[in-house]
Design a protein around this ligand. Structure first.
Ligand code: BES
Ligand code: MN
Ligand code: ZN
Length: 486
């Protein structure tokens, strides 16, 4: 799919090239501000009651009089913002996707200007619709993908919009990579598969990639990570990838992604219902790979390190048991009271490992707690950090990328829940504030750098009829990384 900006040439919209014009109408926009004959078309559709100015409405017009294009789709939007544009385009695409439209123009009615966010939202809407999972279901219908989508704009806007469309395409590719990884079932997406994906991205984009096996992880003393992995026949992997976009001496942004390729819960085994969804428990890892796919294309002048501890969480004769005490790489001991709280155990050793990079900032991304889903649902990822400036930067990145997060507390009072009589800490608090106590646990391993944690348990995938990975929070992370480039 090719995205570009386009300024209507001589003859205006009537002579517009391509086969389809999508007109997005914010409900408060003045239809008369559209040029002829679109203004008449819209006025007529409104007067006849074929279209109502309420968000989410669409109208397909075949062979519109006075226009060269073969079809026009009108789609109403709640307002003239990027999010409303994305939603309106998703509705319009619903009408187009089983048809022959190949070359589209998109026009946002009204006289509010177009921003980079509009351009990225447009790419996101089309790319989202163009994705179909087929790896283990080759019989699935291929998705509809137009050849070209042109964003109609003023001459003065074209340059900035083209840059934003390119950024949007890179993010969309990152989202696709993340979805494709996370959608693969646990017997396909193993720790070794994640390592291969990292290596492939490395070859494609010139990242340095290093993969550690169990022996190397033992040498490092990652007792917590090893404890989770010991119940599985599938060999663990500890993946490190580097984008060196800035000078050698510049402190990197470090992204740490939870890579549990299947979470049975271990000896504290989960109920059978919906356990299949725990193949998505490597969503954090997928978002790191996806973000690297995006920055591999955009080559921002910033150093970025991606780290993925990857293993399965299985029950077995050798599996870790409730009450077992392990020593983490940091030297702190942990009483594993619940083997299903495994994400924090693999992350804590990764968080100690990354000290060696003297990071500018460390973000970990994890499908960490069901409690976060209860707290925030499926719309916003949970954001945990004691660093106000970092919180703001991540919140703004999420907003701009239409991939929002919401800050949660980290008061020391929550620490009480992690006390243990047999180790420096337990690995679970009670049910109360479960997302916060999980973050408090991680915090104990992050004293040496600026740190934030994203709990994506509610946002990385959807259940129900549209079951599948979302590719979030690749857009947020990519924006954040770009924001730190020189
Ligand atoms: N991977 C799960 C978290 C999860 C649950 C993500 C549901 C998405 C949907 C995690 O490893 C887990 O099992 N967490 C436990 C923690 C508890 C034992 C303290 C949970 O949330 O129940
Ligand atoms: Mn678990
Ligand atoms: Zn898990």
């Amino acid at each position: 799919m090719d995205f570009r900006s386009q300024t209507a040439g001589a003859g205006g919209l009537a002579k517009l090239s391509g086969d389809t014009l999508v007109v997005v109408l914010p409900v408060d926009a003045d239809a008369q501000s559209l040029e002829s004959p679109l203004n008449e078309l819209v006025a007529d559709a409104l007067a006849a009651g074929d279209l109502q100015l309420k968000p989410g409405r669409t109208l397909y017009i075949h062979r519109p009089p006075g226009l060269k294009v073969r079809r026009v789709v009108l789609a109403t939007a709640a307002d003239a913002g990027a999010k409303a544009l994305r939603n309106a385009l998703a509705s319009a695409i619903g009408l187009l996707k089983n048809g022959p439209a190949k070359q589209l123009g998109v026009l946002l009615a009204g006289d509010t200007g177009l921003t980079a966010e509009h351009a990225e939202a447009l790419v996101a809407a089309f790319s989202d619709a163009a994705y179909v999972y087929r790896h283990t279901k080759p019989s699935a219908q291929p998705a509809w993908e137009p050849q070209r989508v042109s964003l109609l704009c003023a001459k003065t806007e074209a340059r900035a919009l083209d840059a934003a469309l390119a950024r949007g395409s890179a993010i969309a590719e990152g989202v696709r990579v993340a979805r494709e990884c996370a959608n693969r079932p646990g017997n396909h997406c193993t720790p070794s598969f994640l390592a291969e994906q990292a290596r492939e991205l490395g070859q494609q984009h010139g990242f340095k990639v290093e993969v550690l096996d169990r022996r190397a992880v033992e040498k490092l003393g990652m007792g917590a990570f090893l404890a989770v992995a010991q119940g599985s026949e599938e060999p663990l992997r500890f993946i490190v990838m580097k984008h060196e976009g800035a000078g050698r001496g510049e402190a990197p942004v470090v992204l740490v992604g939870k890579g549990i390729t299947f979470d049975t819960g271990g000896i504290s085994i989960k109920p059978a219902a919906e356990m299949d969804e725990m193949k998505f428990d490597m969503g954090g890892a997928a978002s790191v790979l996806g973000t690297f796919a995006a920055i591999g294309r955009l080559k921002p002048k910033v150093n970025v390190v991606g780290v993925i501890p990857a293993c399965e969480n299985m029950p077995d004769g050798r599996a870790v048991k409730p009450g077992d005490v392990v020593t983490s790489m940091s030297g702190q001991t942990i009483e594993i009271l619940n083997t299903d709280a495994e994400g924090r155990l693999i992350l804590c050793d990764a968080l100690t490992y990354v000290e060696r990079f003297k990071p500018a900032v460390v973000i970990d991304i994890a499908t960490l707690t069901g409690a976060c889903v209860i707290a925030l649902g499926h719309h916003r990822s949970g954001l945990f950090t004691a660093d106000d400036e970092l919180a703001q930067a991540l919140e703004l990145s999420g907003q701009a990328a239409l991939d929002p997060c919401w800050r949660m507390p980290l008061d020391e009072e929550y620490d009480e829940a992690l006390k243990s009589n047999f180790a420096d800490m337990g690995n679970v608090g009670g049910r109360a504030g479960g997302a916060v106590t999980a973050a408090m646990f991680l915090r104990k391993f992050t004293g040496k750098y600026r740190w934030a944690h994203l709990d994506i348990a509610g946002t990385a995938w959807k259940s129900g009829a549209a079951k599948g990975a979302t590719g979030r929070p690749v857009p947020l992370l990519t924006h954040f990384v770009l924001g730190r480039a020189r």
